[in-house]
Design a protein. Structure first.
Length: 478
């Protein structure tokens, strides 16, 4: 037999077998992938590149996932949405800050505490659920309307800004909390998302527009020409801290610059510091734990956009670099904490055996004790699907139902000593849900970027679109 012909026949047979496997995977029910066997599946996602070859990564569209990866993310996302469906008050739309992993009632100190930021994630979750068919579009629309009516007409506010913690039944201020600028921004992100997702509904559009236009962004400057305050308390006035360095506040900045009623000057974008570090061959700007590289990106599509002035920062590429550097950082801790491994990594603000900790790295945080936080790779699914999906699936496979339950992953666990958090936290569930959706469908980016105020703010702030020659990302569907 002609060896070239034999080789061709074997190749054709191999391709046919792969097609059969993929068809079977796609046809299988979601439950069939609840506990994927990693070793038995073909690797169809890109391998983790050498970090020293990727010191300045360019923007890239999320990789195509294999059918098994997509099924796993569908299961994880649907569980995550269940948190927002079950832990939202149907009359106020307020979402509980945290809950037990099995859905049971929390202790008295937390049982009625709603998080404003989690409510923003929850509103966005309604759009995702409607898109996937987990709830009907009418059910999602009714929930969104209830929330918008409450915040437009009844929720206590100060110059349009809302309290960080509220009673989920009444909206009353809780824990002596501040009127929070960043939490209001994350809530507004959800408001503007449902405005575009359900734009056929005139009342949703009207209420969402009213809530955004009412916010007095200039008031939150508290006399400073460009830097916004972290918040305000009725007893003591404005908080001393300002948003003066790179963080998740970029979404707050753009909402403020783009405000149609009380905008702050575009110069505010250049007013905060951009501190650059290098780790593991990666060079990037940072200012805290991994979540600061994720939250704003859950809504703002920074792909293929960069600042006009040197060094022409591409914030999407920056978050890619930050995630890969963070994984390398976790690997550097493996000798001290053997629980960290190639596919079990991630440290960001979370619960711990000693309470809530805003930890991360690099640089090394002294509080690190070997705890793994699933929303660290989960929140970076939209940046690094190759390493993030492998990490999440490995955690699910290795630790099973001990850490993976009704709402997805427990907020944190420590494979070195067996500690497992009994809770999930709304914002950590939320960033995983939104990042997974952007990784697979880019839906949240599509909805949010329809808002003309955001596109205008990016232009005013000094962003330009990357040319085809230096941008690797594919266009997302409109």
């Amino acid at each position: 037999m002609n060896p070239r012909s034999a080789s061709f026949d074997r190749g054709r047979l191999a391709r046919a077998l792969i097609c059969v496997l993929l068809i079977c995977a796609i046809a299988s029910p979601p439950g069939a992938f609840a506990r994927p066997a990693l070793s038995g599946l073909p690797c169809l996602i890109s391998q983790d590149p050498s970090p020293r070859r990727q010191a300045r990564p360019k923007s890239a569209a999320p990789s195509r996932s294999s059918a098994a990866d997509a099924a796993f993310l569908e299961d994880l996302s649907r569980r995550a949405f269940s948190y927002f469906w079950e832990k939202t008050d149907p009359d106020t739309g307020l979402v509980l800050d945290r809950a037990r992993t099995d859905g049971s009632v929390h202790d008295e100190a937390h049982s009625n505490i709603a998080s404003l930021a989690a409510t923003g994630f929850g509103l966005t979750g309604l759009c995702i659920a409607s898109e996937h068919g987990w709830v009907t579009r009418d059910e999602a629309r009714k929930r969104a309307l209830a929330s918008l009516r409450f915040f437009a007409e009844r929720a206590p506010h100060e110059h349009g800004w809302f309290y960080h913690w509220m009673d989920w039944k009444t909206g009353a201020r809780q824990w002596n909390s501040e009127v929070s600028s960043i939490d209001t921004a994350l809530f507004l992100a959800g408001v503007l998302t449902v405005k575009q997702c359900f734009r056929e509904n005139a009342e949703i559009v009207r209420l969402a527009t009213r809530i955004y236009r009412r916010v007095d962004f200039r008031w939150m400057l508290n006399g400073h020409p460009t830097l916004l305050s972290h918040g305000w308390k009725p007893e003591t006035g404005f908080l001393k801290s300002r948003w003066d360095t790179y963080s998740e506040h970029t979404i707050l900045n753009l909402l403020a610059i783009g405000s149609p009623t009380r905008p702050i000057p575009p110069a505010a974008w250049r007013a905060w510091k951009r501190e650059r570090i290098s780790y593991g061959g990666f060079d990037y700007i940072t200012g805290g734990p991994l979540f600061i590289h994720q939250y704003a990106h859950a809504w703002i599509d920074y792909r293929c956009r960069r600042e006009r002035w040197p060094p022409h920062i591409d914030y999407f590429a920056n978050s890619v670099a930050a995630t890969r550097a963070h994984k390398a950082f976790c690997m550097s801790l493996a000798e001290e904490f053997p629980g960290y491994s190639e596919n079990v990594w991630g440290i960001t603000a979370s619960d711990s055996a000693k309470g809530y900790v805003a930890w991360g790295g690099p640089p090394r945080d002294a509080a690190i004790d070997g705890t793994v936080v699933p929303c660290a790779p989960g929140g970076s699914l939209m940046f690094t699907p190759d390493i993030s999906i492998r990490a999440l699936r490995e955690m699910r496979e290795r630790f099973g139902d001990r850490i993976y339950g009704r709402y997805g992953f427990a907020d944190a666990f420590n494979p070195n000593n067996g500690w497992i958090d009994p809770d999930v936290i709304g914002i950590d569930v939320g960033i995983t849900l939104l990042s997974a959706e952007n990784s697979l469908r880019q839906s949240v980016w599509r909805w949010f970027m329809r808002n003309a105020e955001i596109r205008r703010a990016m232009q005013r702030a000094g962003f330009r679109e990357s040319g085809k020659r230096d941008c690797k990302c594919a266009e997302s569907p409109n």
